[in-house]
Every structure is written in structure tokens, then in C-alpha cells.
Ligand binder design. Structure first.
Ligand code: SF4
Ligand code: SF4
Length: 326
């Protein structure tokens, strides 16, 4: 029985890996061609932001591919269990696909969130490319908690891959969410004040907090320092840029509150062994088990795999279902 289950699971892994690989091989030449253009700042695109144009934009290949990958993630989370090795392999595919073979750079997710806010504050125009990217990020995040951040973003994937490197003395750190989220919100507020007073935001001012420029594959000192610092921190902390800085992370964390699919706990099955908390790289599962306000969950599926009772699942959220009775 166990053998049959393991064969079934490995077949699913293999099929998804083959689908991902064939998607890369099929789409790479087209993406490489279509990835050019723009000014590298993510400011390209037309000025027409009506709904028909956004719909047309969403049908472009990069969004179809991103949507397909997020859907693959959702199906995997629903159908099977994902251990950390499989997850790392999938994150390598995300990094190569959406980071190296072009795709998610113009506009970057960060600019897609920050620039429209700047445009609103300064009465500027929101470009079609950014509006489309924002709709894309928002829709995926509403369908499933962090489906964009957890299954499409190449910088999130890179941090997760680096996090698999053993930390010196074997000590990984889980930052208290109140502190990390407080820092992330403070940076956002400072940026907003800067936008109102100077017209520029903090993240993209000389790109001091914009690691997505990495995917333009041109190297500058500020970028190298930022990316280097994030990658070193990633050895110790799971997704430090996402939890501490990223405005997309902040937005998608807010959207998690209305996500249709998310990690759920069946309290009847949970025997409080806390294995999920020990194995999970994030600070989220502890809050989920304890029925507290959830830190960002990047839908990696590791806690679901770790639970020996099958108490955790990526399922449709029902109001009040996760609340812990006293
Ligand atoms: S929070 Fe930002 S860096 Fe992290 S996965 Fe989301 S968009 Fe990418
Ligand atoms: S709670 Fe943590 S371990 Fe579980 S799926 Fe979310 S990010 Fe992964």
C-alpha cells in the first residue's frame, strides 16, 4: 500500500517536472524574442489602461506561462505532498524560467506595485504593462494564498534555494513576525512620505531596495550590495527580503485574508505534536496551528508534507474554520 502510494507520488512529481521542462523548452525561444524592448526600468508599455487592454495584456505569453506554473503549484498542493527537496527543484525551475529566460522583469513585480502608487500620489499615468502585472499578481494571490510569490516570483525562488544551504552552527532563524512586518510596513510608509514630498519612492530611488534589477542581468555596485546582503541573510532566514522589505509581499500578505485556497488545519486530526512547526522554514505554520494572525505563507507545502496525521491541507478557506477553541 505504502509502495503504491510512493509510486503514485513519484509519478506525479515526474509528470509535473516533465510538464515544467517542456514548458521551458517550448517557450524559451519565444520568450527570449519577446523579452526585449522597454527601457529596462520597467517603464515601458502604452498609456491605455482600459479593461480591454489589460485583458489583452494578460493573454501575453509570460502571463499565460506564469498562470500555468501557479496552477501547477495549486494542483500539486491539492493532490500530493511536497517535501523540501522537490520544492527546491521546483524553485530552480521558477528561477530559470522567470528569472533567466526573461519574463518577469519588465515591469518587475516591485515596480508594478510601487509605480501605480507613485502615479496616484503625483497624478501621473499608470502604464498598461504595470496595470496588467498588478492584476496578474492580485488575481493569483486571491485564487490561492501567495500563488504569485510562492510559485512565480524568481527573486522569492532564489532566496528559497539559498535558504537550503546549511547555516553555520546549523542555526536557522525565524524572525518574530510582528518585528519583520513592522519593518516592512515602516519602509512602505517612509516610501509613501517620500513619494508625496519628492515624487520618488524609496525602493526604486537609485534602486537601493529593488533587487529585481538583477533580472535585467546588468550589474551595478548598489545592486550587487543589495542582492549580496539578501543572499547572505537568506542562508539564515527564510525569504528575508519578502518578510522584511518587499511591498509586493506586503500587498499579497493583505490579500491572503481573502484568498480562496490556503493552508488549513483540521483540528480534529491535529494531535499537537508540532512536527510541522519544527520542519517548516517559515514562521507561519506556528500561527496557523495556534489560530493566530498568520504571517505570510508562501504556499511551499512543506508543513503539509510534515504532518503525520494529515491535519494540514491546502484547501478552500471557510470563515472561522481555523479558529482555535479555548
Ligand atoms: S514578496 Fe517580493 S520578492 Fe518575495 S516572492 Fe513576493 S514579489 Fe518576490
Ligand atoms: S505555512 Fe510555511 S511551511 Fe506551510 S505552506 Fe506556508 S510557507 Fe510553507
Amino acid at each position: 500500500m505504502q509502495w503504491a502510494q510512493s509510486v503514485k507520488r513519484n509519478t506525479i512529481y515526474l509528470s509535473v517536472f516533465c510538464i515544467a521542462l517542456s514548458m521551458i523548452l517550448t517557450c524559451a525561444p519565444v520568450l527570449a524574442e519577446g523579452g526585449g524592448g522597454g527601457d529596462g526600468s520597467g517603464m515601458g508599455g502604452g498609456r491605455n489602461t482600459d479593461i480591454a487592454s489589460v485583458s489583452t495584456g494578460l493573454l501575453s505569453l509570460k502571463f499565460i506561462l506564469g498562470g500555468l506554473f501557479a496552477l501547477t503549484g495549486l494542483i500539486l498542493l491539492k493532490m500530493t505532498k511536497i517535501n523540501r527537496n522537490i520544492r527546491t527543484l521546483l524553485m530552480c525551475v521558477v528561477f530559470v524560467l522567470f528569472g533567466v529566460l526573461v519574463v518577469m522583469h519588465q515591469p518587475s513585480p516591485l515596480r508594478a506595485v510601487v509605480d501605480p502608487i507613485t502615479a496616484l500620489a503625483t497624478s501621473g499615468a499608470i502604464t498598461l504593462k504595470k496595470a496588467t502585472m498588478m492584476v496578474f499578481i492580485g488575481s493569483l494571490s486571491v485564487i490561492g494564498a501567495k500563488l504569485f510569490c510562492g510559485w512565480v516570483c524568481p527573486f522569492g525562488a532564489l532566496q528559497e534555494i539559498v535558504n537550503r544551504i546549511p547555516a553555520p552552527l546549523g542555526k536557522k532563524i525565524k524572525l518574530p513576525f510582528k518585528i519583520s512586518n513592522g519593518i516592512r510596513i515602516s519602509i512602505f510608509v517612509i516610501s509613501l512620505i517620500m513619494v508625496i514630498s519628492t515624487g520618488s519612492d524609496l525602493y526604486t530611488y537609485r534602486n537601493i531596495l529593488n533587487p529585481f534589477e538583477l533580472f535585467g542581468w546588468h550589474f551595478e555596485l548598489v545592486l550587487a550590495v543589495l542582492v549580496g546582503a539578501v543572499l547572505i541573510a537568506s542562508v539564515f532566514v527564510y525569504r528575508p527580503f519578502c518578510y522584511l522589505v518587499c511591498p509586493v509581499g506586503l500587498l499579497t500578505w493583505l490579500l491572503e485574508r481573502i484568498s480562496i485556497f490556503r493552508v488549513r488545519i483540521d483540528r480534529e486530526k491535529c494531535n499537537n505534536c508540532k512536527k510541522c512547526i519544527r520542519v517548516a522554514p517559515c514562521p507561519s505554520v506556528k500561527a496557523i496551528v495556534n489560530g493566530k494572525l498568520r504571517p505570510d505563507c508562501f504556499a511551499c507545502g512543506v508543513c503539509i508534507d510534515a504532518c503525520p496525521e494529515g491535519a494540514l491541507a491546502f484547501g478552500i478557506w471557510k470563515p472561522g474554520a481555523d479558529r482555535k477553541s479555548d
